[in-house]
Design a protein around this ligand. Structure first.
Ligand SMILES: *Cc1c(COP(=O)(O)O)cnc(C)c1O
Length: 235
C-alpha cells in the first residue's frame, strides 16, 4: 500500500471508531466533529484526506499552518488547537474556523482587534489543575466568559476545550471529561441567563485525542482532536 493509501485507510478506521462510540453513547454521528490533527505532517497528506471529503483539520503552530495553508483549498475548516501566544494571535484571527485554546485576556484582546469580523472561540479549561498546561480554572470560567463578552465583542464563545494530563489511567481521564462536561453546563446556564442571544452557538465540548477519543464521545464531546491514529507518529 502506498503511504497515502495507508493514511486514507487509517482515517476511515478512526471515522468508524467515532461512529461506533456515538452508537454506544446513543448519540448521532452528526453531533461529533472529527478534527484531523495534522501538525508536523505535510500538506500533501492533508490534501489526500481533503480528497476523501474531509474538511476539518487542526494545527498547533502559526508559522507551520501558514506555510501549509497556501498550498491547500480555501474551504478547509482550520482549527487552531495549540498554545496561543498573544503576539501571534492576530495572524490567525481571520482564517480559523474555530480557535480552541483561548484562556486569557491578553490573547482575547489581540484576537478582538479585527473588530468587523467575528471570531469563533472555545475557552480552554484546565480540568486537571495541571501547572504544565494552559487553561482557566473551572471556577474561573464564568468570570473569564463575562470579561470576554463585555470587552471583546468580536469574539463569539462557542464552548469549551480541555487537554487532560497525559499518561493517566483511562478512568482518571474520563473523570476530567465529565468535569469538563459539567463546567460546560454551568457556563451554558450562565450564557442563557446573561446573553441568551449567544446560547444557540454555545454548543461545543472539545475533548479527546488518539488515546481517549472514544471515552470523550461517551462523556459528551462534540469535537474530538485526533492526530497520531490518523497520520501516524510525529517525529
Ligand atoms: C497534538 C494534539 C492533539 C492530537 O494528539 P494525538 O494524541 O496525536 O491524537 C490533540 N489536541 C491537542 C491540543 C494537541 O496538541
Amino acid at each position: 500500500m502506498s503511504e497515502l493509501d495507508e493514511l486514507k485507510s487509517k482515517f476511515r478506521a478512526v471515522m468508524e471508531r467515532v461512529d461506533s462510540a456515538c452508537e454506544r453513547a446513543g448519540r448521532s454521528s452528526a453531533d461529533v466533529t472529527l478534527v484531523a490533527v495534522s501538525k508536523t505532517h505535510p500538506a500533501e497528506m492533508i490534501r489526500a484526506l481533503y480528497e476523501e471529503g474531509h474538511r476539518h483539520f487542526g494545527e498547533n503552530y502559526v508559522q507551520e499552518w501558514q506555510d501549509k495553508r497556501d498550498f491547500l483549498p480555501a474551504d478547509i475548516c482550520w482549527h487552531f488547537i495549540g498554545h496561543l501566544q498573544s503576539n501571534k494571535a492576530r495572524y490567525i484571527a481571520d482564517d480559523m474556523h474555530l480557535i480552541h485554546s483561548v484562556d486569557r485576556k491578553s490573547v482575547m484582546k489581540k484576537l478582538n482587534r479585527r473588530s468587523d469580523a467575528k471570531v469563533d472561540v472555545l475557552l480552554q479549561v484546565n480540568t486537571g489543575n495541571d501547572q504544565a498546561k494552559g487553561g482557566v480554572d473551572p471556577d474561573g470560567l464564568p468570570a473569564l466568559l463575562e470579561g470576554m463578552v463585555d470587552n471583546y465583542p468580536s469574539l463569539v464563545p462557542r464552548g469549551v476545550m480541555t487537554i487532560p494530563p497525559f499518561g493517566e489511567p483511562i478512568e482518571t481521564t474520563r473523570g476530567h471529561f465529565s468535569d469538563l462536561r459539567e463546567t460546560f453546563e454551568t457556563a451554558r446556564a450562565w450564557v442563557e441567563e446573561h446573553h441568551p442571544e449567544l446560547l444557540d452557538g454555545f454548543e461545543h465540548i472539545s475533548m479527546g485525542m488518539t488515546a481517549d477519543f472514544e471515552e470523550a464521545i461517551e462523556e459528551g464531546a462534540t469535537i474530538v482532536r485526533v492526530g497520531t491514529a490518523i497520520f501516524g507518529a510525529r517525529d
